[in-house]
Design a protein around this ligand. Structure first.
Ligand code: NDP
Length: 515
């Protein structure tokens, strides 16, 4: 039997669908999370509120109050109060809390993923993948917590020294909008494993899931005040960075903001780690499996509507296979399905905001003016579903005839815009690949093992892929060279950025003093 529904009833069903999953209920709750409970900032100033918009529909879901001096200070005080008890627990006990949190995240994956879709407009299967990955990360740091130890050094005459790895204190963290839950998890879990407490500020575009993480940590046994969330725009972020109670800032976002955060941290000589933007190269040699390279190039450009910092947006293809590569790429890209992020078969969801969509389209128009050829996409798409009419949907864009000096090839677009360039030799392509102020990621497709390692060694970037792209298995450090940042996340080395070393010298003999 075919069910016929009018547009209005259909809309109601869709609203109901969202509500049933529980994600809509998350929107109405207070969105600060301080000292183990949700909290509503008391500001009455209308000008100090921002709209939370569902990117898929354009609908204003609610207004969110910016956190001011009082709220930021309150969250930091809560974190300071929790610090002594949390940092004195054994690593094993801290690890147990994290491992339990990971289990709860897996159990609540669907609600978390639906809420992430509401915030970001990304396809539901991508959101599920992100949430499961976060559970793995938290599990991983839970497992490592008991192994965070110092070292022992035997010295002359029986004397010795040992080191203690201590927490830094209260960690302030600020995230971007493309992977909201991941940023909260990637920053808080290593920080907590090392015995720090955390105050996290999500992007104002995506405030919802970071608060849910707070409730999960609490249920898993984290002390109240161990993990706090404050909402707000850039000014709230600055209050956090400049607060004397914060020992370290961990930031993910754009290069200009990263630079401002570093400047704010310089005032009190705070630790700072930065995960910033990129304009990464993906090199495809003619001996590569071209079908595989096509898939790699799509993963490197079209996931999450292209809003991925590590994207390999400068795709260098060796000249003799460039035409074949482009034909196969267009054929496969044509099959991508643009539309409702909550539908299981959607592969391209909504762009985060109208200003981001305008920015992406301006890069496409600029590229055309500078001589690039659009071989596929690069257009605004109106999806047939009336419920989604207010969202911003863009077709993935493939640009050919690109050259190194074009604006679209030099600047980070943060949208699904792939620039295809051609090259002749390995030496030439390495030089061109490294000719950028960024150094976040890079990739190479080839069947030649020696070349693969040579090119990976030659690329000036922190995260490299051979015959794949944009996968982040837990335990593999992620982070950038050059203007792409300082520090690493998602690996064992990350613990170095959330702890400090105290060394203790122990004399076993009389003091040998020349005076
Ligand atoms: P922004 O740098 O604009 O913002 C990031 C966060 O910083 C937001 O929460 C923002 O709040 C806040 N912020 C802005 N100004 C200040 C300030 N002066 N002091 C303190 N906080 C501030 O980045 P986007 O959110 O637009 O994210 C896109 C960028 O993030 C891209 O450049 C991308 O490459 C990068 N990114 C890097 C990743 C990595 O791991 N390397 C991963 C993901 C994204 P508000 O919005 O109110 O300004």
């Amino acid at each position: 039997m075919r069910l016929r529904v009018s547009g209005q009833i259909y809309t109601c069903l869709r609203r109901r669908y969202t509500t049933v999953t529980g994600s809509a209920a998350q929107v109405q709750q207070p969105l600060n999370y301080v000292n183990g409970q949700r909290d509503q900032p008391q500001g009455r100033d209308q000008a100090s509120r921002f709209d939370l918009i569902n990117p898929a529909t354009g609908e204003v879901l609610r207004q969110v109050q910016n956190s001011g001096v009082e709220e930021v200070d309150g969250a930091i005080r809560a974190a300071q109060q929790a610090l002594p008890s949390w940092s004195r627990q054994s690593g094993f006990d801290r690890g147990q809390v994290l491992r339990k949190a990971a289990q709860l995240i897996r159990e609540r994956c669907e609600e978390l993923a639906r809420t992430e879709v509401l915030d970001t407009g990304k396809p539901i299967w991508e959101a599920r993948y992100d949430i499961q990955g976060c559970a793995d990360t938290i599990d991983y740091y839970g497992g490592l917590a008991a192994a965070i130890t110092g070292e022992f050094t035997q010295l002359a005459g029986g004397s010795f020294a040992y080191t203690i790895r201590e927490a830094l204190g209260v960690v302030g963290a600020i995230g971007a909008w493309n992977y909201p839950f991941q940023m909260a998890a990637w920053k808080s879990s290593p920080a907590l494993a090392c015995g720090n407490t955390v105050v996290f500020k999500p992007s104002p575009f995506t405030p919802l899931t970071a608060v849910m993480l707070g409730e999960i940590y609490r249920e898993a046994g984290l002390l109240d005040g161990g993990y706090n969330v404050i909402q707000g725009e850039g000014e709230t972020g600055q209050l956090l960075c400049r607060h004397p109670g914060v020992a370290k800032m961990s930031f993910t976002g754009s290069v200009p903001t990263g630079s401002r955060i570093m400047e704010a941290c310089a005032q009190d000589i705070k630790y700072v780690t930065l995960e910033l933007g990129g304009k990464s190269p993906l090199i495809i040699f003619s001996d590569a499996d071209i079908d595989n390279a096509v898939k790699g190039a799509m993963l490197a450009n079209f996931s999450n509507q292209g809003q991925v910092c590590s994207n390999g947006t400068r795709v260098f293809v060796q000249k003799d296979v460039a035409q074949q590569f482009l034909e196969k790429l267009v054929e496969r890209t044509r099959k991508m399905k643009i539309g409702d992020p909550n539908a299981e078969d959607t592969t391209v969801g909504a762009t985060i905001s109208s200003s981001q969509a305008d920015k992406v389209m301006a890069y496409v128009e600029g590229a055309k003016k500078e001589g690039a050829t659009v071989v596929y996409g690069g257009e605004r798409v109106s999806v047939s579903d009336p419920w989604l009419a207010g969202g911003h949907y863009l077709s993935p864009c493939i640009l050919a005839d690109c050259h190194d000096d074009m604006t679209v090839v030099r600047e980070e677009v943060f949208g699904s815009v792939m620039s295809v360039l051609t090259f002749d030799t390995e030496e030439e392509v390495l030089r061109r690949a490294n000719d950028t102020e960024f150094g976040l990621a890079g990739g190479v497709f080839t069947r030649d093992l020696s070349r693969a390692h040579r090119v990976a060694a030659g690329m000036e970037a922190g995260s490299l892929y051979v015959n794949n792209y944009n996968i982040y298995p837990v335990g593999v450090p992620f982070g950038g060279y050059k203007k792409s940042g300082i520090g690493r996340e998602n690996g064992r080395d990350t613990l170095d950025y959330y702890s400090q070393i105290k060394s203790v010298y122990v004399e076993m003999n009389d003091v040998d003093c020349p005076y």
